[in-house]
Design a binder for this molecule. Sequence first.
Ligand code: ADP
Ligand code: MG
Length: 701
Amino acid sequence: MPGFLEDPIEKLPGLGSVRAGLLKKELRIERVGDLLEHYPYRYIDKTLVLPIREAIKKQDPVLIQGVLGPLVYQGVGRKKRLTALFRDETGSVELVWFQGHRMIEDLLHPGMRYHAFGKPSVFRNKATMVHPEMESVTETGRPNLHFEPMYSTTEALTKKGLDARGLRRLIKLVLDRLPGNHPAENLSAEILQKYRLSDRPQAVRQVHFPPDETTLRAARQRLKFEELFFIQLELLLLKRQRHATLAGFPFEEVGAHFNRFYREFLPFELTEAQKRVVREIRRDLGSGHQMNRLLQGDVGSGKTVVALLSMLIAMDNGFQACMLAPTEILAQQHFQSLQELVKGMGIRIGFLTGSIKGKTRKMTLEYLADGTLHLLVGTHALLEDQVRFKNLGLAIIDEQHRFGVAQRAALWKKSAPFPPHILVMTATPIPRTLALTIYGDLDISIIDELPPGRKPVHTELWYENKRMRLIGFMKEQIALGRQVYVVYPLIEESETLDLLDLQKGAESLQREFPMPQYQFSIVHGKMTADVKDFEMNRFLKRETQIMVATTVIEVGVNVPNASVMVIENAERFGLSQLHQLRGRVGRGADQSYCILMTSGRLSEEARLRLHTMCRTNDGFEIAEVDLRLRGPGDMEGTRQSGTQPLRIADLREDGPILQSARVCAAEILDKDEKLVLEEHMPLRNHLRWKRHSQGTWSRIS
Ligand code: ADP
Ligand code: MG
C-alpha cells in the first residue's frame, strides 16, 4: 500500500496548509485518498469537433480544430490584448487573450494545428473566442482529454485557486504518483466477476480522465456499485450486530387482550396491508431479539390501530407500552383515539406531557411505577428521569424526525434488562431507495393501502383571479357545517415577512367573513405553545370555522370535520409539505378539497410540484417526484438523519444498482458474518478506511 493515500491532505506537495484546511472544511477531503473519491459531477464533451462556421453559432463552449495565425497585439493599456486568427476550411474566429501574454507567446506556435475550446461570441459580425483552452493536435487528430471532468467546488476554494481546474490538477498529481494497482481493489474477485465490474485502480483513473464514453459509463457503474455496496454492508452489519447482541423481551403470547380487541372491539376490518404489517411486528416481538422497525404509511393509512395492536401484544405478555408524539396536541389526539378504541376493555391508559402538573402528575407517575397503568401516551416529557415504568416492553414513536440520539438513550434507560422494542412511525413516505439508504439497518414495514371508501381529496390549482370564487366556495362549505384551513408559507429566513403575510391575509379574510357569524383561529410560530393549543382546540371543538395558520398545523392534527385546505403561495412549499398539509383534510366522510393558490409566474419546478399534487393523492408517488426534483440531500428525513451525501450514486436513477448491491452485501454476510475470510479482507480494509472519515452512522432507534 502506498501509504500516501492515507496521508493527511496537507502532505500533498505544493498544497500548503491554508488550502489543505479549506479542502477539509469545505469538501471534507481530509486524506489524500479522499481526493480521489471527489468524483466529477459532469464532463465537458470534447469528442465533438465542430466546423468553425457551425461552432460560432453556438452559445455553449465548443471544440474547434484549425490552424493558428500570427499572434498580434491590439489596443493599449487595459485594453491591450493578444489576438490570433484561427481558421479551418469553413471559416475563422479570432482568439483573444487579455492576460498571460508571455506564456501564450511561449506555448503557441503560429502555423501549427490546434484544438481550441471555448465559448464563441459574435460582435459586429466578427466571431471571437476569449481565453480558449489550447491543445496541439496529436497524431490521432483528437484532443487528449475527450471528456473533461468538472468538479464541484466552493467559492472559498475557488479564491485559492482550487476551482474545477485546480482540483483536476491535484487529482492528476495524485494519480500520476500512484502505482498502477492502486487505489487498491476493495471488492472481492467474486463480486467483480458476478456483477461484471471493472477493477478499481482502472475505474478510479477512468472516472477522472475518461478516454471515451463507454469506458466512462463502465467506470461510473463500478464506483456507484462500490459506494452503495459499502453503505449496505455497513447497515446490514449494524443490523446483524444489534440482532446478535441485543436480546429483547420475547413476547411469545398473542393472548387475551389482542384477541378480544380484534374480535369484539375493532370497529372495522383491517386492510390487507395493515394485517401484513401486524404479522411482521408480531414476528419481531416474538423473536427474542429487540425489534427496531420503521412503519411507513401515508397519512390516513391507519397506523394508529397497528400501534395499538402492538401495544396489546406487549400487555398480553405482562408488559407496559408507551407512545410518544412530537406535540402536546398530537399526544392528546392519540390518547383520545386510543381510549375510544379500547373503551370497555378495562385497559388503563395514562397521559403525560409538560402541561400535566401537580397532583395529576404525581398520581400518573405513581400508577406508572406500580403497574396500575398499562399504557402511557405523551410527549418528550415522558422521557424525563422521574418517569419510571414498572416494566416497559414497547415504545412507539410517532413522526420520528424530532427524536434524536439522546432521547433514544433516555428511553432505553427506562427498561431492564433489555431495551424496549421500538416501533417508529413516519407520516411522510420516503421512496424505497432512500429508505434503504437511510434506514437500511432497520426493518421496514409499509402500509401501502388506504382503508376502503376514502374519497381522494380533490385538488385544484387556482390563480389570483379566482380569489372571489374562493371566498364564495369557502362560504358554501362553511354553510354546510364544514371547517376550512387557510395556510401561509413559513420560511425561516424571513419570519417577520411571513408573519406579515399571514396577518394581512387574516385581516382581509376577516373583512370577507365578518364576526360574529364567522369565527377565526389564528396560529403561527411566534405564539407560545399554550396559545397555539388554545386556538387549535377552539377549532377542534368547532367554535371557529376558519383556521388561518403557518405550517405549524402540518404534523398529524386530526379535525375530521375540516373539508377545505387552502394553501396560499402554494408554489413556495415543497412537495412533501403540500402533501402533509393536504392530509389534514379528507379525514371525514365528505368530499374534501385542496385549493392551491398561486399568484406569480411559476418556475418549471414549481409547476411540476403543483401539477403533481393535482394529479395524485398517493404519498409514495409524490415522494418519488420529490426525490427526482430535489435529490436525496434535501428530502425530509435525510437532513435529520446525519447521513453522508452520496459521492457518485444517484438514488433517482440507481435503484437497480442499489438493489443488487444490497443483495450482494446480504449474501456476503450470510456466508461470512464477521468478514473474517481471506477473500473478504479488501472489504474489511475499505470499511476501516470509510469509518475513519465518517464516524459511526447514528440511527434513530
Ligand atoms: P395515520 O396512518 O395517518 O395515523 P390513522 O391511524 O389516524 O391514520 O387512521 C385514519 C383514520 O382511518 C382513522 O379514523 C381510523 O379509525 C381509520 N381507519 C384505520 N384503519 C381502517 C380500516 N382498516 N378501515 C376503515 N377505517 C380505518
Ligand atoms: Mg397518525
